[in-house]
Design a protein around this ligand. Structure first.
Ligand code: GTP
Ligand code: SPV
Ligand code: MN
Length: 583
């Protein structure tokens, strides 16, 4: 092995000395390796074969019933100084954290194979990409990382060239919720995760690297690592605008990234291109615009609700070569979840389906699929330079108050809109569902440092020469008095994107309000949509009294970040609050 890989070789030896595996397997990312691991897991029962006639190359994995989502209360950011992790993170002193988790790793791979996974987040040849190596004892993690990242020989070659990489150590452990920790050491570019085999807890390239450590690196190096989808909207003239949107977990990123235009739009020549569905890394280019890449190579998407009517692109993507986790199965062994036609016979835990036990598929059940299988996958997603971003969109699940769409007056106001984001909690993390919480920029569970510093970093992009995207806020989830969503959502969301693009191009006037610019009458195109006029009015209605209360609450929330809150953001909140009080 050459010298630059010595650091890696030494680290692998050191981990092996602690975890004591019977065997070490260096992953090359080949098809042969993937298929061999699948065969092995079919044998051990880690994977179950699904109907190969209807779903060739598809398998089911059932995780431990106590291990079905991210565990935010067991996720730590371990910076040298507690203050640097911020009130938005759980903190532990690095020495204590290492001691605590290293004790769990002691001998944990005895008799088993340790896999070494070199991976690259982002196109292999992109200057925006970053590499890492995950060590794990889970073959399920290996096959998922192979789909979700550029994994194997090419990544190892880049690591050899660069000589540095993020170190991730993972063991599924004994799945005891009492012995489960996801620890991040941003200053050491190290992750240690023990006791969970699920998603963001175990596929370390995703949330742990690309967001928690990524956001920390991004701040140091002058870029942004965000919980955002990236989508290209091509108009009938053939011009494409790229939009990045931050919605909290299970709030519609995958769906918006794969949007299918409504009938009339399709006929007129509108097209939508998928670049990414969960994570976005962006940095200013030489022309002052923000350029974005999707660091991932696949989708780890929410299964329930995915259907021919809501997201046909996703459904097509997952018709073959897909790993399903915690879905139900039908009598003829096809994967099933709530929202699909047909009936489940076996639930996500492998029990005969009984509605008394709750949903057949776990609400956070997921599919893992290569992005290349998506019919709308954009060739630009492989572009080393990334795509220029025309608009940034924030949004969340807000049953009331927040209008369907509004536009920030400028960057500072947009940063306030992002910071003020709130959303009802979902099944993507353990804990109560449907509780309103602040989730600034959809990064509450993922920002690897103090939110005050993070807001300051966002504000810093507004400087001479910058050609920043416009910032918007959307809410697909406003409900009427009957408790039903007012807006049909999904494909129809293109109507809202069209208005945003018209604003970007200076083709829509909008109406200014103290909280932002909303569409003027007739600017939102509603042809072919059966939406009563008063429903639209309700969707963009602004309730001044409700907003006064909201601004008050936003002010209190911002104050919780103490000294590190940039004064400019607090002033912006006061400006908006005062504007609301004007007659
Ligand atoms: P993560 O992968 O957890 O980060 O989630 P995500 O943001 O990608 O969410 P996803 O697109 O998977 O959507 C989650 C849920 O929201 C699904 O049940 C969807 O059916 C639902 N959803 C998505 N878009 C819309 C919409 O426009 N309107 C409504 N009402 N529901 C939506
Ligand atoms: C999310 O929770 O935002 C996800 C799923 O995308 S996980 O990878 O588990 O974090
Ligand atoms: Mn996500």
């Amino acid at each position: 092995m050459t010298s630059k890989l010595e650091v890696l070789a030494r680290w692998v030896d050191q981990i092996a000395a602690t975890t004591r595996p019977a065997k070490i397997h260096w992953c090359d990312g080949s098809d042969a390796e993937y298929h061999a691991l699948v065969q092995q897991m079919l044998h051990t029962g880690d994977l179950i074969e699904l109907n190969q006639q209807t779903h060739p190359g598809c398998y089911l994995h059932r995780s431990h019933p106590s291990d079905v989502a991210r565990v935010e209360h067991l996720t730590f950011v371990c910076t040298e100084h507690e203050e640097d992790a911020g009130p938005n993170n759980h903190w532990m002193a690095p020495a204590d954290a290492h001691a605590k988790i290293d004790a769990l790793f002691e001998g944990c791979m005895e008799g088993r194979t340790m896999y070494v996974i070199p991976y690259c987040m982002g196109p292999i040849d992109s200057p925006l990409s970053r590499c890492g190596v995950e060590i794990t004892d889970s073959p399920y993690v290996v096959v998922n990382m192979r789909t979700m990242t550029r994994m194997g020989a090419a990544a190892l070659a880049r690591i050899e060239r660069e000589g540095h990489f993020v170190k991730g150590l993972h063991s599924t452990g004994e799945l005891d919720p009492e012995r489960r920790f996801i620890m991040h050491f941003p200053e050491e570019l190290t992750i240690k995760s023990y006791g969970s085999g699920y998603g963001g807890n175990a596929l370390l390239g995703k949330k742990c690297h690309a967001l928690r450590l990524g956001s920390f690196q991004a701040r140091r190096e002058g870029w942004l690592a965000e919980h955002m989808l990236i989508v290209g909207i091509e108009n009938p003239q053939g011009q494409t605008h790229y939009v990045a949107a931050a919605f909290p977990s299970a709030c519609g990123k995958t769906n918006l990234a794969m949007l299918i235009p409504p009938e009339g739009y399709r006929k007129n020549g509108w097209r939508v291109w998928t670049i990414g569905d969960d994570i976005c890394w962006m940095r200013p280019g030489e022309d002052g615009r923000l350029y974005a890449i999707n660091p991932e190579a696949g989708f780890f998407g929410v299964a329930p609700g995915t259907s021919a009517s809501s997201n046909p692109n996703a459904l097509t993507s997952i018709s073959h070569d897909t790993i399903f986790t915690n879905v139900a199965v039908t009598a003829d062994n096809q994967p099933w979840w709530e929202g699909l036609p047909g009936t489940p016979v076996t639930d996500w835990q492998g029990r005969p389906y009984d509605p008394a036990n709750g949903p057949a598929a776990h609400p956070n059940s997921r599919f893992t699929v290569s992005a290349k299988q998506c019919p709308t996958w954009s060739s630009k997603a492989e572009d080393a330079q990334g795509v220029p971003i025309s608009a940034i969109v924030f949004g969340g699940r807000r049953p009331s108050l927040l209008p369907l769409v509004m536009e920030a007056q400028d960057w500072t106001h947009g940063v306030l809109m992002g910071a003020a984001m709130g959303s009802e909690t979902t099944a993507a993390a353990t804990g109560a569902v449907g509780v309103l919480r602040r989730d600034s920029m959809a990064m509450k569970p993922f920002c690897g440092y103090h939110y005050g510093d993070y807001f300051k970093h966002w504000l810093s992009f507004d400087k001479p020469g910058a050609k920043l995207p416009k910032i918007f806020h959307v809410n697909w989830f406003r409900k009427g008095r009957d408790g039903k969503f007012l807006w049909p959502g999904f494909g129809e969301n293109l109507r809202v994107l069209e208005w945003m693009i018209a604003r970007v191009e200076g083709k829509a006037r909008g109406v200014e309000t103290p909280i932002g610019t909303v569409p003027a009458t007739g600017e939102l195109k509603l042809e072919g949509l059966d939406l009563p006029r008063d429903t639209l009015a309700e969707l963009i209605n602004i309730d001044p009294a409700g907003w006064q209360t909201e601004l008050q609450a936003i002010g209190e929330y911002l104050d919780s970040f103490g000294d590190r809150l940039p004064a400019r953001l607090r002033q912006e909140q006061q400006r908006v609050h005062q504007a609301l009080q004007m007659p």
